[in-house]
Every structure is written in C-alpha cells, then in structure tokens.
Design a protein around this ligand. Sequence first.
Ligand SMILES: [Zn+2]
Length: 364
Amino acid sequence: MKRIFLLSVLLSVALTAFLLVGCSSSDPTDTSVPADTTTAVTTETSAPAEPADTHLHLDPVVYPDALDFNDTESIERLFDMCEVVDGVRVTVEKRAKQIRMRGKVNDETFTLTIGLSKAEGHTTPEQIITVAKLFWYCYPQMYARFAVTSTPTAITLNIENEGYEIAHASGDVVHIHDQWLEKNPQDFDCLTHEFAHIIQSGWDGNYVPSSGDDTYMIERFADYCRYLYAFKGGYYNDMCWTLQTSKTEDTYAKSVRFWVWLDYTYSTADADIMKRMQQAVTKKTYPRADWEPTGAAWNEMFAGTAAEGKDLNALWEEFAASDIADATSKPREQGGKSILLTKAPLRTAVRDRYPEADDYLKVQ
Ligand SMILES: [Zn+2]
C-alpha cells in the first residue's frame, strides 16, 4: 500500500524560538515529504533537523517505572478511562513499555497504542492521560468525516526522548518528543495536527492541491483539522497557536484560515469541499497541474456549492475582504471565546453539519 511519509521539519532557529515562546504554529517551514513519490516535494529548502540533543537540554530525569508502570497510582488512573471518556467505551491494557487502548465509536473500533519504551519521564502521567483523551476526542471525529479505505484505525503514538524534536507522523505512527510537552505544556494540539496527517494516509504528493512546486495542501489540511478539531473545543490550542490572519499568511497556499473560511462559507452536508478533496487526492484523480488556482479539479470540488464557477484567486479576494480574514483567534482567557469565533461559529458549524460526530464531543 502506498503511503505518504510525513515529516515535519523545522529550522533549528525556529525550534529555539518555539522553545522560548512555548508553542508550535502553522509555520511555513513545517513541510511534508511524501517519501514514496519520486518527483513530489523533493526540493524542500528546509534544513534537515539536527540531532535533538543539540537543541534540547537533556535533564537526567527518568521515570522510576518508565518501562513497567506497575502499581503507580498515576498510571492506574489510565485504567479509569472508561469513566473519564464519557460517551466512548475504552478498554485499557497495560503492557510492557506500552499502554494499549481500544474503543468502539459509532461501530468503528479504534486502537491507540502509546509506546513508552523510549520515554524517560519528561512527559508526565497526567500529560499522557490528556494526550490519550485528545486522541479519543479528535481522531474519531476526523475519521467519521474523512476516512477512505486506507485510513488507519489502529494508531501508535510513541513518546520518545530522542528523534525529531517536536512531533511527526509516518504511516500509522506518530512520534512526539518526550520533552516537548514538558517545555510547552499547552501544546497538546500539535498532536491533532499529526493525527490529521494519519487521516491523510494515502495522499500522494503528485496528486495534491499544489501551485508550482508547492504541495501546500498537505500541511494546510493538517492545520485546518488542528483548528477545527482541537481538543476540548480549542481550550489548549487557542491560547498558544494562532490562526494567522490574511496579512501574515497572505495567499491561499499559505493561509490555514482561508481553508477554514472556504469550508465554513461554502461546504454543505451534501457538498463537502474538504471531504471531496480527501477523496480526490487518495484516489489520485487529478495531477498537480489540475490543482492550480484555475485548474479543473476545483470544478469538481465546488460543484453544487455557491462557489461553483469560481477559482481560487477570486475566492481569496472574497476571503480577504471578509470580516473573518483578520479577526483575532486568541481568546482573552483560557476556555474563552475568541473574536473570530464570535463572528463565525466555525467549529459548531462543522459539528452541526455532522451530527453523528456529536458522540465524540462528550469527551471532557
Ligand atoms: Zn505537518
């Protein structure tokens, strides 16, 4: 099975900045490389990630029971997930160096395996619990909307005190660095982004929305999902991850907000632009040239919507003139509502379009 390899690459200077300011962002240097295509995005200009220990100050912290977890009170709480994850029955199985969770949501069984063999205690048990809840909150929702036959239902999340410094996804495996949440304790939703990359399993860089050499939609799609399916309705995400404005991300290829706006404004339950895109890309329906701003692929994406007949350039102008384009997405306080969401109920609009996803949203 052909699978994309998605590797988030950040420049070392950017990483240093993130460690200082505390959160990841929809950074244009966060790029993805489909490894099994010969022509797509092999000309990335991002610098390769340097070894983690050149950036992170490695503390000599080791879980006393990192590989065992036996009889520790905090890990016992993981076994209470059935009670904690309201609306989703989850069974938790403790294994050597792994915690495996299995749950059935709307007749689909999902498995989350949390690998801890390379964790050394920087990610706290409480953070592991939050990460697990995030999975059960966001992944089934994205799956319900976007799944195709190649979309995995069994996902492994490895927490590793080595390797790529933040997080990346490849096939059905997500890696997060053991020290990322320690240093950025709000940034759980970098994992929503990575789980969205798992949803994109089957994407081929030769058949994605692109402009020239820029296969921009791989990352824009993952960040679109990060914003709309953020854990607990953005409780953590919105304090630390800004949905950039039309001025700071100033083209349809750069702007996550543009795709949020486009979907909010034009998609309907029967004509879901983002879902159509997922299906077209995984089926390799349109080569990259057809995804240029006036390309043929958009005719199918927009057919039957009020955007029918428009091209991306015209839609960008429409977006840039809207009051969604520059409204702030950061609330005044954690759990509060941003000006952006006051102007446009972006998340609830998607939820209303997919009432079957409501069950997932009971997760607290
Ligand atoms: Zn990414």
